[in-house]
Structure formats: C-alpha cells, structure tokens
Ligand binder design. Structure first.
Ligand code: UDX
Ligand code: UDX
Length: 458
C-alpha cells in the first residue's frame, strides 16, 4: 500500500508509543513507525504483552499494528525513510556535574539529534515531543544546521499533555494540542504539516500554535501548576489534621469556586510519576540559570511539600502504632504512582516502603498491575519485602494496611473479611482517602485518613 505520509517516532516509552498509536489509528493512510534503542521494549511492543499497561491501548495496537503502525530497532534506516520525525527519548534529571539533581540530562537528546543528522539524505521536520528545558530547540537547530548537501531541518515543539492511566482518552480528546515553531516561512510551513495531522481528529479551535520557546515552556509550566495544586491541598491537609477540619469538605467548598475549579484537589500521599518532580526541578534550575532565585525558591517549595507529606505520613504510622514497627507485618496496598497504570516511577510507595523497612517492619506489597516494577524498584533494598498480588492474601496476618494507590479495587474490598485475618489492633492508613473510613472503623479498624480526624479507639 502506498502511504500519503510517513511518520517516525524515536523513543517507544510511555509517551512516544501511545501518541503514535493514536496517530496511526486516526490516520490509516499514514505509515507510522516507532523505533527505540531498547530491543526488549520493541519486542514487547510487537508481542501480545505490551510493555505499558494503559486502559484501551491493547485494542488500538491490535487494530493498527502491521496495518500502518510498525515497531522497529532499525533507527538509522528509519531516519532515512521518514520525513517527519517525533523525538520522544527520555530526559531524566541529571545525576552528575553541573546542575546535578535538578537540570535535565540532555545526553540522549543530543545523541538523537546527531543520529538524525548523520542518517538524513533529505530535508526533514523534527518534532520535540519530550518535555524539555526552554531553548532546547535552539541547540537541536544548531546541531542540525551543520547538514550538508542542501538538506535543511525545521524543528517544532509539540509537547504531549496526556496523563498515564487516561492516555488513550487524553490523546483522543485532548484539551488542546500545542505546536510551537519558528515564525519563518519554512517554520510556518512545517507547523502547517503538523496541524494537518492533528486536524484529522482534533477540532481546529483546540489546535493552538505559538512561538517555539512558549511551547517548550508551556509544558513545564502546566506540569508545575498541576503539581502545585496537589502540594497546596496537601499542605492544607496537615492543617486540617491539627484543627479537626476535613480536607475533603474544604476541597469541595474551595473547588466549587469556578475560578479555582475542582480538579487536582485530592489530598493524598503526594504526587509521583516520571514528570512532576523532574519538570519542576528543571524549572527551578532554569530560574537559577536566568538569575531568578526568588522564582526558583517559589517552585522548589512545591517539591518540598511533597516530601514533607510523605515524612508526615510515616511519622503518623510510627506514632499511631506505639512508636515501633520492628517485626510488625505491614501490607502496602498499591505500588503504582496512580491508578490504572503499572508505572512506579517516583511513586511515593517507594519511599514509604523504604521508611517502613528502615523501621524493621516486614512489608508485603500488593498491586494489580505494578508488582513487576515494584520488585525491580526494591531489588537493591535489604529487608523483608514480599510481593503478593491478591490483596486478601497480602493482608492476612498483617498489623496494618497502608493504602498507597487509588485503585478502584481498594474501594470495593471486603474489609470485614480482611479485618478478621489481621492481627489486632488492626490499622488502616488511607494515604488516598478512598475507602469508606467510617464503615472500616465500625468493623473494628483504627483508621488514619489524610487531612481528617483519625477514627481510632486507642
Ligand atoms: C520521557 C520523559 O520522561 C518525558 O519527560 C518526555 O516528555 C518523554 O520521554 P517516557 O516516554 O515516559 O517519557 O519515557 P520512557 O518510557 O523512559 O521512554 C523513553 C524511550 O526512549 C525509552 O524506551 C528509551 O529506550 C528510548 N531511547 C532513549 C532511545 O530510543 N534512544 C536514546 O538515545 C535514549
Ligand atoms: C502528568 C500531567 O497530568 C500530564 O498532563 C503530563 O503530560 C504528564 O504529567 P501523570 O504524571 O501521568 O501526568 O499523572 P497525573 O494524573 O497528573 O498524576 C500525577 C500525580 O499526582 C499522581 O501521583 C497522582 O496520584 C497525584 N495526584 C493527582 C494527587 O495526589 N491528587 C490529585 O488531585 C491529582
């Protein structure tokens, strides 16, 4: 079959692959290829066991794979064959040298730029989809500008705003698609080509364009604002616990103000995921770089509150359980950083498990989708940790349940049955405020919510 357009994506991760799956689904006349240096990952994308759990993803992959969606490790040849290239490689926080612990590590990004340069035999549009520090496109343009033989490159910024767990819906019905470009003739022509792709399924008023630096910065700022809301409500949850107010009631009252809005006001154990912390630290680094220490300190406090929330939670567990966890069996319910994903990157459950193990507790981790990643995360940690998928078996003979992920499943467990199988007094620390706390208290549990008075007989 002859395809109208050929699109490549470098980086088959949580962001790159689902985004391309959606383009392939909506544009059957385009050939979409996703490449990655990780052979195992590509094999998994070509198998029935996809490397990413995401509701609805399997069905679309089955429909499109082999039709107009292809996964490959042949990066060099694919660069030659495609004229539109999305770059979606990871940009973790730098762990070494200048900016360590804050700045984005751009080594994979630059390596990919050079690989595009070396393998290109015709002009191309290169699209940043990874979240990047402002002005990364400039570095990319400079590297690509050394191309010979009349080949030219247009660099666009098209940050992806989808969230894990709802990726398919977010990709299909985005709040907006943002495309940043140079405002030159060729930059605008490249932008128009990308607009054409999204226009296949996104209404025109939702496809917004901007200059390239605004697009790069908007993604960092969107994530920083979202994380800030979580830290804001979590900071107030600490006050509620002291002052006998109820954070859910406060969030409802505040969120009904249409200027504030009700989303992202769920107090809990703190935000996780691969993006929020990394992107805020990146923003903080940029503010320092541009000589704005006050702005940097403002955003850094969002991360500090997130850490504080976890420290507070573990201190509360320790205090409530008579100041010792040594030898006690604790069931961690949920290890994914949020519901409906198997992803555990930066999950608060990692820190909480470490803190429990440091107190010499015996930890049983349960999760419907993330046990494989949990075992990888905790592999280097010493201490008694076991992994049991079934929540009833995991909680049997435990002293406490610690709810870490807002899986719907945990709302519907038979807590009476669980209570019977546990050591008494039995505790629940509801790090997500998702269970029927009053009912669990009536069953016999001592219940410790976030941002509400405890329901305890002790
Ligand atoms: C990542 C970043 O975390 C995010 O900020 C950015 O917006 C997009 O990239 P994610 O897709 O979740 O998000 O990362 P990850 O699942 O690690 O996928 C990146 C992929 O790029 C990996 O599969 C990795 O093997 C691949 N990669 C990395 C390459 O193909 N080439 C490289 O040189 C480096
Ligand atoms: C986020 C952004 O939402 C998305 O737009 C961007 O493209 C990538 O980063 P993601 O990290 O996948 O997406 O999930 P998100 O739903 O934003 O949740 C992030 C963390 O915040 C999770 O740990 C979640 O549990 C927590 N959270 C979210 C809360 O604790 N309370 C809330 O009210 C909302």
């Amino acid at each position: 079959m002859k395809f109208k357009k050929k699109i490549l994506c470098i980086g088959a991760g949580y962001v790159g692959a689902p985004s391309m799956v959606m383009i392939a689904c909506k544009c059957p006349d385009y050939k979409v290829t996703v490449v990655d240096i990780n052979h195992q990952r590509i094999d998994a994308w070509n198998s029935d066991q996809l490397p990413v759990y995401e509701p609805g993803l399997d069905e679309i992959v089955k429909k499109t794979r082999g039709r107009n969606l292809f996964f490959s490790t042949d990066i060099d040849n694919q660069i030659k064959e495609n004229d539109i290239i999305f770059v979606c490689v990871n940009t973790p926080t730098k762990t070494f040298g200048a900016g360590a612990g804050m700045a984005a590590d751009l080594q994979y990004w630059e390596k990919t730029a050079r690989q595009i340069l070396e393998n290109s035999q015709s002009s191309k549009i290169v699209i940043e989809k990874s979240t990047l520090p402002i002005k990364t496109a400039l570095a990319m343009e400079r590297i690509l500008a050394s191309a010979k033989g009349g080949i030219s490159f247009d660099v666009l910024s098209n940050p992806e705003f989808m969230a894990e767990g709802t990726a398919i819906d977010d990709l299909e019905n985005p709040d907006r698609v943002l495309i940043g470009s140079r405002e030159t003739q060729s930059g605008l022509a490249a932008r128009a080509q990308l607009v054409d792709i999204y226009a296949r399924w996104v209404s025109p008023e939702k496809i917004i364009t901007s200059n390239i630096w605004s697009a790069e910065l908007s993604k960092l700022v969107a994530n920083a604002f979202l994380a800030q809301r979580v830290s804001s409500i979590n900071s107030i949850s600490a006050l509620c616990e002291k002052a006998d107010a109820d954070i859910s009631e406060v969030a409802r009252a505040v969120g009904m103000d249409s200027r504030i809005g009700s989303k992202f006001l769920k107090a809990g154990i703190g935000f996780g995921g691969s993006c929020f912390k990394k992107d805020i630290l990146n923003l903080v680094y940029l503010c320092h770089f541009y000589g704005l220490p006050e702005v940097a300190a403002y955003w850094e406090s969002v991360v500090k509150i997130n850490e504080y929330q976890q420290e507070r939670f573990i201190a509360n567990i320790l205090k409530s359980m008579f100041n010792t966890l040594a030898g006690k069996k604790i069931c961690v319910l949920g290890f994914a950083f949020k519901a409906d994903t198997g992803d555990t990157r930066e999950s608060p459950a990692i820190n909480i498990t470490r803190m429990l193990v440091a107190e010499h507790a015996e930890v049983v981790i349960s999760d419907p989708k993330a046990l494989g990643n949990a075992a990888i995360d905790m592999a280097q940690d010493e201490g008694q940790i076991s992994y049991v998928e079934d929540p009833y078996r995991a909680s049997a003979h435990c002293h406490a349940l610690v709810i870490m992920t807002d899986w719907d499943l945990y709302r519907r467990l038979d807590y009476r049955k669980i209570y019977k199988s546990m050591i008494k007094p039995a505790f629940i620390f509801d790090g997500r405020n998702i269970i029927d706390q009053q009912k669990c208290f009536e069953i016999g549990f001592n219940v410790f919510p976030i941002g509400k008075p405890a329901l305890s007989r002790l």
